[in-house]
Design a protein around this ligand. Structure first.
Ligand code: CTP
Length: 401
């Protein structure tokens, strides 16, 4: 842990505000400096004086304070932090952040920042379970906000349930975990890497399509592991039910042709990892209007044409070819022979061959064989995230001299 990590702590209005004082002390002991914004409601529960004493800094309270703005504008306030922590994050603060409102200093700082945000909600159980709060929670998560979820227990209001703010130790551990991730050696800093993931869907008409069961889990995990090593990851994904990993630039596409165009737009790149289960074929002539059963007969013919091969296209020799191109191969038998043949056919550098005779599609585990030229490594069975971490490490070794 480096010694000069800084957080901006937003203390909202809730009984749990007193726990934020303990949080400041715990973080200080770990060498993490806190600067605090105390909302108007927060100041009903803890005093600016105690916050200032613990942070050994000025406490920021007012959006329209002339002296504050002269010393440190509200934009600057969030830029100087490595992480913004809202604890307690009240229902009101979450609602404002989810809507992008900027009606006080706390919500303005949240809107004006490009820094990661961690929220520790605290509220009455009914407020927490209310569809409006749950909607805001889902929206904030989709926007990349991290959460230390509230705990179950007796509440200050006399009720029992989920809504109590997590203990300061739990929040401090989440802050520490965040910082330990960002001190991972950034061996891929400055390297752009394209990752394709998920299935493609190929329309038959405006409501029907051909696709496959790819979950996107392996590709998303690889994108995340590469980003953690500092790579500028361009994730080109077909439709999946996954959240975009943080620090990854996501392009959502549907068809193979859109996927290829998005990959080409992301060039030049240092490496490309093609994990997507691209549909090999697409309906030749998708109908502009919904096909009607009585018009197309009992046994409709399906004319298909071959889709572009993204891996093969990116592997083509030339100035725009990424230095390292990696493909995946799903095999049920003769894995090594098929994988070696695939390297030759596609022109890529490495193939990660999955043995799909078990439950790989959609599952969380994977057994892979990695073929790099003549070198063949059989990795032991491991989770898709472990495969991703190990592959990211191998990519970093290959790209750094
Ligand atoms: N791939 C691609 N574009 C396609 C088809 C495949 O980029 N149109 C990539 C996949 O992302 C993967 C590799 O090529 O990296 C898989 O090759 P493919 O020939 O599709 O392998 P299999 O699906 O295993 O095909 P086969 O039935 O020929 O074994």
């Amino acid at each position: 842990m480096t010694r000069d990590q800084r957080i901006l702590l937003i203390i909202g209005g809730g009984v749990a505000a007193y726990k934020s004082l303990a949080l400041i002390r715990l973080l200080a002991r770990k060498g993490i400096k806190t600067r605090a914004i105390l909302t108007k409601a927060g100041a009903e529960f803890v005093t600016p004086l105690s916050v200032a004493a613990l942070t050994e800094d000025k406490v920021y309270q007012d959006l329209f304070s002339l002296t504050d703005e002269a010393e440190m504008g509200h934009i600057e306030l969030s830029r100087q932090a490595d992480l913004i922590v809202a604890a307690p994050a009240t229902a009101d603060l979450m609602a404002k952040a989810a809507q992008g409102l900027a009606s006080d200093l706390a919500s303005t700082a949240l809107l004006a920042t490009d820094k990661p945000v961690l929220m520790a909600p605290a509220m009455n159980v009914r407020m927490w379970l209310h569809p409006a709060t749950q909607r805001n929670l889902a929206r904030l998560k989709a926007d990349g906000v991290r959460f230390v979820e509230p705990e179950e227990g007796p509440m200050a209001c006399g009720e029992f349930g989920v809504g109590r703010m997590a203990e300061p130790e739990t929040i401090a551990a989440a802050v520490e975990a965040f910082f330990s991730l960002s001190v991972t050696p950034q061996t891929l800093a400055g390297k752009r890497i394209i990752v394709t993931a998920g299935p493609t869907i190929e329309p038959l008409d405006p409501v029907r399509f051909l696709s496959n069961r790819s979950s996107g889990k392996q590709g998303y995990a690889i994108a995340e592991s590469l980003a953690r090593l500092g790579a500028d990851v361009r994730l080109v994904s077909g439709p999946v039910a996954l959240e975009a990993p943080s620090r990854v630039k996501l392009s959502l596409v549907e068809t193979a042709r859109e996927m290829l165009a998005a990959c080409e737009a992301a060039l030049p790149a240092d490496a490309a990892v093609c994990v997507a289960a691209v549909a090999d074929w697409r309906p030749e002539d998708p109908a502009a209007a919904k096909l009607k059963k009585d018009k197309i007969g009992a046994q409709p013919a399906l004319a298909l044409v071959e889709n572009p091969d993204i891996l093969k296209t990116l592997s083509r020799k030339g100035p725009r070819r990424p230095r390292l191109v990696i493909g995946f191969a799903a095999e049920t038998n003769d894995v090594e022979a098929h994988a070696k043949a695939k390297i030759a056919k596609k022109g890529c550098d490495w193939i990660i061959a999955n043995d799909v005779s078990g439950d790989v599609m959609g599952g969380d585990a994977n057994t892979v064989m990695v073929i790099r030229g003549d070198a063949v490594d059989l990795w032991p069975p491991m989770s898709k995230t472990a495969v991703a971490d190990r592959l990211a490490q191998a990519v970093a070794e290959a790209l750094t001299p």
